[in-house]
Design a protein. Structure first.
Length: 256
């Protein structure tokens, strides 16, 4: 087993994936509040757009899995989305939790002093919707406290470039799936203006990590739900991990 002392834990990040998603319903204000309560400093979340152009926090294309309602997010208005209970499926104590809006999340980030990775979802139903999301997000992002660090990531290179044009000083990260393992990650990320790469843990090799680090990229790996696996990745040189078990990491990692 890799010993935690084999690397400097003070340089490693732990991202609470969709908030504290094992302690509260994912991507709700309850899950995000528990990030600070658990001593973690970074959260990861997902942005999408309603039918009437409002930015909300949701991972899936539909609200079916995480609420008591059904429907594709791009076909529902914000008013319709706000009637959905996003908490009771997880536990009765979370009954009444809603799908948050981006302004609500930014208010929480500022109040709790959190850092955040925002993922721009690539399945928005066309360029016009993508533009609406990106422009609205870039405008709202200006409300985030200067004390909070922000990373913006996406699987969609075009969306990242579009966002970067509006917010050139915001760090961006290119996401890659295991099925994209044969692609030139460094070239694609560089084309988007990104110095950060977020690879799928599945199929990732130490050789590739070392090559990308040597090329000057920061690497944050998703989704790592084993402490042992995280320690191996940190030993390889990765900078951070996205995980559903951030509350189980030692304090030295939570503080970064």
């Amino acid at each position: 087993m890799i010993k935690k002392q084999a690397f400097d834990s003070s340089t490693k990040r732990v991202f609470a994936h969709r908030g504290m998603s094992q302690l509260a319903p994912e991507n709700t204000l309850a899950a995000f509040h528990k990030v600070k309560e658990s001593g973690v400093h970074w959260l990861e979340t997902d942005l999408d757009l309603t039918a009437d152009g409002q930015i909300v926090i949701l991972h899936d294309e539909s609200i079916d899995r995480t609420t008591d309602k059904k429907g594709a997010i791009h076909e529902l208005t914000l008013a319709e989305v706000e009637t959905a209970d996003a908490g009771s499926w997880f536990g009765s104590e979370f009954t009444g939790q809603r799908i948050p809006t981006l302004p609500q999340l930014i208010d929480l980030i500022n109040a709790d002093g959190l850092n955040v990775n925002f993922e721009l979802k690539p399945y928005l139903g066309g360029d016009e919707r993508a533009t609406t999301l990106i422009e609205g997000f870039a405008k709202e992002l200006k409300r985030v406290s200067p004390q909070s660090q922000v990373i913006v990531s996406s699987f969609n290179a075009t969306m990242l470039k579009q966002f970067k044009a509006l917010s050139p000083d915001t760090p961006t990260a290119m996401l890659f799936k295991r099925t994209q393992s044969k692609q030139d990650w460094a070239a694609i990320a560089t084309d988007t203006g990104s110095k950060i790469i977020h690879p799928d843990v599945r199929g990732l090799t130490r050789a590739r990590v070392e090559k990308l680090k040597k090329a000057g990229f920061e690497l944050n790996v998703w989704t790592v739900n084993s402490l042992k696996a995280a320690y191996h990745l940190f030993d390889w040189g990765v900078d951070g991990v996205f995980t559903d078990i951030s509350h189980r990491f030692p304090e030295a990692y939570k503080r970064q």
